[in-house]
Write a protein that binds this ligand. Structure first.
Ligand code: FAD
Length: 467
């Protein structure tokens, strides 16, 4: 949501249609409207307290609402939206691709300086580059059953939740999700669940309610991080660059953060100011984040898979109540909150690459501290105005001290200018370090108490070397 704020989309995503009074809780239940075993209370969008570390609290937005907003923001492109990449070849100067316009079958030829394969988990681009992406765990097969239940929200009342973790032996142990907070829901089941979609939904919901099944799709859960993210002028992003278990909700978030790290680098190449190693830093910075997300998501999945569900929890008796209390204790002890509340996963990682000037900070608070390679922290600069609003186009030098070195600042500005590297400059009491150089993606390229003597050397490092 911080990135969406940068791209001018945060408010539109919040206004996309999800009701603000819908509970954000996570509930473990034998069935929706049946026995509740455990609940994490997160309030509602309207009532939760503002988080201290970001101007943009998280927002649930189903993908079928998000994609049209993103497409509209990007605007009409060179290619029609409904087209399929068929093949491509690259040489030292360009990529030549052929595609099919799916509206009329027309063959399209596209020449470009770069190609980014954002074509999902089964990426054809990745396969064509022969980049290995061995799966780390046994592939699991699931079914997603999408259905409408127009009365369910009203029937559940304030006890509703966006995510119900089913704990129904023998088979139902995956989430039933309120997709739009209104009438659209998704039930995930293991593919060995042989019953038809309507029966599966009926056994997941204990209440009498009308249900219309909209789709029943099989999907494969793989755990992959390809060995490389780049070959020549072709790069990988999104699920093409990492597929991981949905447990934790890292997939789309990691993909969007890929775009933020990658986007400005080919743009710098095209504008003529990137050094020779800038584009390589994309893989050096983002691949470790994918590895970390994969491990965390896998841990979350394992917690769910390993949970033993005794049949007694289904009983409407004192014995059943005792079994449910015992299970609730186990759920709590297993640390489930981490699956739903891990701001450090989204904000706390640091990049270490040749285009970051390292510091010697090893222990830090990701929420408040400025560290080399980390996300520049959010600080309110005025009503509704965050330090994050400074970043997004070009580099930005923030001078936080009360007596800035004005000749030094001029020297830095000149060093950027002669290399045609865009730089913004703000004097504001934002950070503890007197000076912070923040990249277009909001990460700290350098910080220090004093400006460097060799300003040109600094610029050459953060732009990826001398040209
Ligand atoms: C059950 C489930 C729940 C999830 N929940 C969350 C969550 O809560 N939070 C979260 O962050 N993530 C979540 N994810 C992960 C998230 O859905 C993915 O990470 C995200 O959709 C990946 O986006 P993408 O654009 O990289 O790939 P995709 O969404 O797979 O899009 C790839 C696109 O490329 C197109 N394409 C493929 N081949 C070609 C070609 N040859 N030519 C042209 N186009 C092509 C496809 O048609 C598709 O439109 C979940 C995933 C699942 C399965």
């Amino acid at each position: 949501m911080e990135l969406m704020r940068r791209w001018g989309l945060a408010e539109r995503i919040r206004g996309a249609g999800r009701p603000g009074d819908h509970p954000l809780d996570i509930a473990w239940v034998t069935a929706v409207g049946g026995h509740e075993i455990h609940r994490l209370d997160f309030g509602t969008t309207d009532t939760r307290p503002a988080p201290p570390c970001t101007p943009e609290p998280e927002q649930v937005c189903p993908q079928h609402w998000l994609l049209p907003l993103l497409a509209e923001a990007v605007g009409p492109g060179v290619l029609p939206r409904e087209c399929r990449l068929e093949s491509f070849v690259q040489d030292d100067d360009q990529v030549r691709a052929t595609a099919t316009d799916l509206s009329d079958g027309r063959r399209l030829h596209v020449n470009a300086r770069y190609l980014v394969g954002c074509d999902g988990a089964a990426s054809r681009v990745r396969a064509a580059l022969l980049i290995a992406a061995p799966t780390r765990r046994r592939t699991r097969v699931f079914r997603n059953i999408l259905f409408r239940a127009p009365r369910l929200r009203e029937q559940l009342g304030p006890g509703g939740a966006p995510v119900y973790f089913l704990t129904q032996p023998p088979d139902l142990r995956y989430p039933l999700r309120a997709m739009d907070g209104r009438d659209l829901y998704r039930l995930t089941v293991g593919d060995h669940t042989s019953c038809d979609a309507l029966s599966a939904v009926r056994s997941a919901i204990a209440l009498e309610t009308s249900i219309e099944v909209l789709s029943d799709n099989v999907w494969h859960l793989t755990h992959r991080v390809p060995e490389r993210y780049r070959q020549g002028r072709v790069l990988l992003a999104g699920d093409a660059a990492h597929t991981l278990s949905p447990s934790g909700g890292f997939g789309m978030n990691t993909g969007i953060a890929n775009a933020a790290d990658l986007g400005w680098k080919p743009a710098a190449e095209l504008a003529g100011w990137a050094g020779p190693t800038l584009l390589d830093s994309y893989e050096q910075e983002r691949r470790p984040v994918a590895e970390h997300s994969l491990a965390e998501a896998d841990g979350n999945l394992r917690r769910t898979l390993d949970r033993r569900l005794p049949t007694e929890i289904l009983l409407d008796t004192a014995q059943g109540a005792r079994a449910r209390t015992e299970l609730a204790r186990g759920i709590e002890r297993s640390g489930v909150r981490r699956e739903f509340e891990v701001p450090d996963m989204h904000f706390g990682y640091r990049y270490a690459s040749p285009v970051i000037v390292p510091d010697d900070v090893t222990e830090y608070d990701w929420c408040a501290d400025l560290v080399a390679g980390g996300r520049a922290p959010h600080v309110w600069l005025g009503p509704g105005s965050s330090s994050l609003d400074l970043f997004g186009s070009g580099f930005h030098l923030v001078a936080s001290g009360s007596h800035p070195d004005l000749p030094g600042l001029e020297a830095v500005a000149r060093a950027f200018e002669v290399r045609r590297v865009p730089l913004g400059l703000t004097r504001a009491p934002a950070y503890r370090s007197s000076y912070a150089l923040v990249r277009p993606d909001g990460h700290v390229a350098w910080h220090g108490a004093e400006l460097p003597v060799d300003a040109g050397g600094l610029v050459d490092v953060v732009r990826g070397g001398r040209r």
